[in-house]
Design a protein around this ligand. Structure first.
Ligand code: GLY
Ligand code: MN
Ligand code: MN
Length: 443
């Protein structure tokens, strides 16, 4: 499949027969100045083109012959003693199927043999590496990133299968966590239950820092401490996912620690769920992410108005960015080899500089083969709401008494991963999200 990814990239360079692509893979990272190794995870563009999840490799793609040169490190006996098996040439060739295999110190020799007119690099640092090898090469550090981004946005069937498998395991992990939670447990205990399912299924890498947040911690968008006690009456927000062959899952569910939503929890939860359902009803090829974002925001504000948390005209709330007080992030993002995957803003498309939409990570028309998250949310963030309640223009929209009573509420987010199809979408997330279904599962 990685050879298909290379073919896709070659097809974009058809007019440039005399160039070469050079990419340096990543090295192991260490904690500060110690020998504590972080788990190795290949850089996503290199992984996309090679499937090589090993440190200290590099590639050259000859745009003339469409041949793939893989460069690997030359390991010695000390490496075997400390780090593991030293692969033979045959093993590298068998596993990764490059057209040519070289040691890492042969990059200059190969470049000299190919003598490309232009060497395309991912960034300035790698372009500098090539220039330092020889001043004879003309380097281009702009076009390659755009080309790879273009390739990675539309997923192949094989990529969709990896995303499905990551989601399959996530579906199991969510159910296990929802069935196990009880007041009195600690957030990290839910993380342990969740991660056990991941490891039992052979998925060894988190897709991102998971969020295991009880009560008011759920209002912190990237809360990662996971060490608070879960109290009776808390909502629990779980936003975590695993990688399968590098491809991510990224769900969120928000459920009651004791198995039953209170009336106000149900009201706010259902406002978010209405936002989610409105978006899922509208998703199809040709629809723009920013329109879906605004649709979710409007639907959630209608829900908050019914609960008498906000007051006045929903049109005015949209025009005045009041929705950003409760929904301060984007509706979703592309998903793939990175959780926040590439391609959300193609060249020439900029972020909209308005409080309610500037954090949206994708502004594109959806097309079959794109994979996105849909993740509306409502949060009660004191640092946002307290000043808003002092602001003349904003406070006229707020039932300040009710908002004040909810400052410790936390937040609700619901997040599904979907692939856009010719007629609509396929939902990879299969975890209950209706209140009754969640309560039933938890019982
Ligand atoms: N957990 C990161 C996100 O949902 O985008
Ligand atoms: Mn998430
Ligand atoms: Mn997400």
């Amino acid at each position: 499949m990685h050879s298909k990814h290379r073919e896709k990239l070659f097809s974009l360079f058809d007019d440039d027969q005399n160039g070469a692509v050079f990419i340096q893979g990543k090295d192991i990272m260490y904690r500060y100045d110690t020998d504590y190794e972080f788990p190795f995870r290949q850089e996503s563009n290199f992984w996309y083109l090679t499937g090589v999840n090993e440190p200290e490799c590099a590639l050259i793609l000859d745009l003339n012959t469409e041949e793939y040169h893989l460069f690997v490190p030359e390991r010695d006996a000390q490496y075997a003693v400390w780090h593991g098996y030293v692969k033979t040439r045959e093993q590298y060739l068998e596993e990764y199927k490059p057209d040519h295999l070289h040691f890492h110190n042969e990059i200059l020799t190969v470049l000299n043999e190919l003598n490309p007119e232009t060497v395309y690099c991912l960034n300035e640092e790698q372009a500098q590496f090539v220039e330092d090898l020889s001043r004879d090469f003309k380097v281009d550090s702009d076009s390659l990133t755009d080309a790879l981004t273009y390739c990675r946005v539309l997923k192949t069937d094989w990529e969709l299968d990896q995303l499905r498998e990551a989601s399959r395991v996530n579906n199991l992990a969510y159910r296990a966590a929802m069935q196990a939670i009880k007041p009195g447990m600690y957030e990290y205990e839910i993380k342990a239950i969740f991660n056990k399912v991941q490891l039992e299924n052979g998925l060894l890498m988190d897709a991102y820092n998971g969020i295991f947040a009880a009560g008011k911690n759920a209002s912190i968008l990237h809360y990662v401490e996971s060490k608070s006690k879960i109290e009776d009456g808390d909502l629990f927000l779980l936003d975590a996912g695993f990688e399968c062959n590098g491809y991510a899952s990224d769900f969120t569910r928000t459920f009651p620690a004791n198995g039953t939503y209170t009336d106000i929890q149900k009201g706010i939860y259902n406002s978010v769920l209405s936002g989610m359902n409105a978006v899922l009803d509208a998703v199809k090829p040709g629809v723009k992410m920013e329109d879906l974002h605004l649709l979710a925001a409007r639907t959630m504000m209608e829900g908050l108005k019914e609960l008498d948390i906000v007051r006045g005209s929903v049109d005015d709330m949209m025009n005045e960015d009041i929705f950003a007080l409760f929904f301060p992030h984007g509706l979703g993002h592309f998903l793939g080899l990175d959780t926040h995957d590439v391609g959300g803003y193609p060249k020439g498309v900029d972020r909209i500089d308005r409080p309610g939409i500037k954090f949206l990570r994708a502004r594109r028309e959806l097309q079959p083969g794109m994979v996105i998250t849909v993740e509306p949310g409502i949060y009660f963030v004191p640092a946002v709401l307290e000043p808003a309640m002092q602001d003349e223009a904003k406070k006229s929209f707020l039932n300040t008494e009710k908002v004040r009573s909810l400052l410790n509420f936390g937040g609700v987010r619901i997040e599904d991963d979907i692939a856009i199809t010719d007629t609509g979408y396929e939902n990879f997330t299969d975890v209950p999200k209706e209140v009754d279904d969640i309560e039933k599962l938890m019982k």
